[in-house]
Design a protein around this ligand. Structure first.
Ligand code: NAP
Ligand code: MG
Length: 502
């Protein structure tokens, strides 16, 4: 297919596209499984309490812009009450045997799986991501985090031998909108396993699954105050991280806000972990299995509409296979089905918010204005809601904003390299360091590259694979600390000394 500079794709592309709108008429069968309360209060001390602010704000379905529910706006006093409830619950919870804490976590995981369909539908409605992903990734992986960490709860002494691991106290957790349930699970599960209590602040635009998780906590009989959820905007998050009652802050979100939080906790005896943004490089060598690489690259950038911190947003391809790989990618990109997130055949759902859509458009415009070639799947998009088609830019260099800044959308930038050394240099030429992907047939090259890649996670001949047992986290401006696995538990305990390093 012909490439057109600064223009949408050609007629050839139109033939290959899926043609037509995936009408947004939510399947009643799917929606039947989830009833959404008109209003949600705050979850404090095991009960639903009205916000002291007396205010609620709407959360919408990004695919239709319909209001799903109103959610409480927590102010400083609400946050204070939540931290106090968590502090009150801490002594009894932390003194519980690990075995007993594990029982609660196993129970939560099981109930979450029993209610999987409801959580998948709710997450899809509130976030805009396709049901295929919430059903197969978000919900099962969230449950896996509770199962996995239940296993650590009674084995902390084996995990940190001779170091008398002890819980920290009340943990304040602030999470983003791109994986609302999963991020809640991956911060709450290790905190509880280690004997801490929690105050969680979900993102303003996707709070519903974290709130529904509170029902699961109640159903599991989790003691009141062990987990508290305060909803609100950035001000609520800021009130939480400044609260003097916290022993630790766990933040997942943008690098910009991460730095603000770092300043907010400076000078206080508070532990901090930061899981921030990324600009991952996907390295494809000429000896790679190209069709397999195409699938990996597509998964790397179009999964979750590209709203993924570790998205493979920069494709570095060896010059000799550039044209062939781009051609294959364009064909594949045009077969991505964009539309109704509740349709189980949909591959890409709605862009999460108007603000995020504006950001994606701005960066794409910048790429076009600065001489990059835009290749975009031709698709009619629903008239309501926030949508953006799968997009790829060729002719990109490291000086372009689309190659440097986190787009956080379905936009791939293609760059080239000639030698492995050049590939490493370009891949590491970013302020971020969260993830990277390597595609080559040579095992020795994988090891050589993986050692040199400045990224917390390096995938080889695959991409965007997650597991609760595998530590996840970044370097440089992608933050510090790990979530998941043995390393993830380290952030939730105080070690009283001993022979082994922590
Ligand atoms: P964000 O704007 O940084 O917001 C994250 C959370 O922080 C939200 O709950 C937000 O509340 C809250 N917040 C905003 N300002 C705050 C402040 N001054 N003090 C305390 N909390 C504050 O990020 P986002 O747009 O929701 O999420 C996208 C970002 O998250 C991307 O950069 C992505 O790479 C990153 N991310 C990283 C990982 C990882 O593991 N490394 C995983 C997922 C996402 P509001 O929602 O009300 O603004
Ligand atoms: Mg929403």
């Amino acid at each position: 297919m012909a490439k057109t500079k600064n223009e949408a794709t050609t007629e050839g592309a139109r033939e290959l596209t899926f043609g037509g709108v995936w009408n947004y008429a939510p399947s009643l069968e799917a929606v039947d499984h989830v009833t959404i309360a008109k209003r949600h209060d705050l979850f404090v001390g095991g009960e639903w309490v009205k916000p002291k602010s007396g205010q609620w704000f709407p959360t919408i379905d990004p695919a239709t812009e319909a209001v799903l529910s109103e959610v409480a706006q927590a102010n400083d006093k609400d946050v204070d009450a939540a931290v106090k409830a968590a502090a009150k619950a801490f002594p009894a919870w932390s003194r519980l045997s690990g075995e007993d804490r594990a029982r609660f976590l196993f129970r939560i995981a099981r109930i979450l799986l029993e209610r999987a369909r409801e959580f998948a539908v709710l997450e899809t409605l509130d976030n805009g991501k396709p049901i295929k992903e919430t059903r197969d990734v978000d919900v099962p992986l969230a449950a896996q985090h509770f199962f996995h960490h239940a296993g650590w709860a009674d084995k902390l002494d084996l995990l940190f031998p001779g170091q008398s691991p002890r819980p920290l106290g009340v943990v304040g957790q602030v999470i983003p909108w791109n994986f609302p349930l999963l991020m809640a699970a991956w911060t709450i599960a290790p905190a509880l396993a280690a004997g801490n209590t929690v105050v969680l602040k979900p993102a303003e635009t996707s709070p519903l699954t974290a709130l529904r998780l509170c029902e699961v906590f109640q159903q599991a009989g989790l003691p009141p105050g062990v987990v508290n959820v305060v909803t609100g905007d950035g001000k609520t998050g800021a009130a939480l991280v400044r609260h003097p009652g916290l022993a630790k802050v766990a933040f997942t979100g943008s690098t910009e806000v991460g730095k603000e939080i770092q300043r907010a906790v400076a000078g206080r005896m508070v532990e901090l972990t930061l899981e921030l943004g990324g600009k991952a490089a996907h390295l494809v060598f000429e000896d790679a299995a190209l069709d397999q690489a195409v699938e990996g690259v597509v998964r790397g950038i179009f999964f979750n509409q590209g709203h993924v911190c570790c998205a493979g947003s920069r494709l570095l391809v060896q010059e000799s296979v550039h044209d062939l790989l781009v051609e294959k990618l364009v064909r594949r990109m045009q077969r991505i089905r964009v539309g109704n997130p509740l349709d189980k055949n949909t591959d890409m759902g709605a862009i999460h918010s108007a603000a995020q859509l504006a950001r994606i458009r701005e960066l794409c415009d910048d790429g076009e204005q600065n001489g990059c070639t835009k290749l975009q799947a031709v698709c009619e998009l629903p008239s309501k809601g926030h949508w953006f088609p799968p997009t790829m830019f060729t002719g990109v260099s490291m000086s372009h904003r689309i190659a440097r800044e986190e787009v956080f959308g379905p936009v791939l930038s293609v760059l080239t390299f000639r030698t492995p050394e050049e590939a490493v240099e370009k891949a590491n030429n970013t302020s971020y360091g969260l993830s990277a992907g390597i595609w080559t047939d040579k095992g020795a090259r994988i090891l050589w590259l993986a050692e040199r890649m400045k990224a917390g996670v390096v995938w080889n001949n695959t991409f965007n694979r997650f597991d609760a047992a595998s530590p996840f986290g970044g370097m440089k401006e992608s933050g510090f600390g790990r979530e998941g696995g043995r390393q993830g538990m380290r952030a939730y305990v105080r070690l009283a000394g001993g022979l082994l390093p922590g």
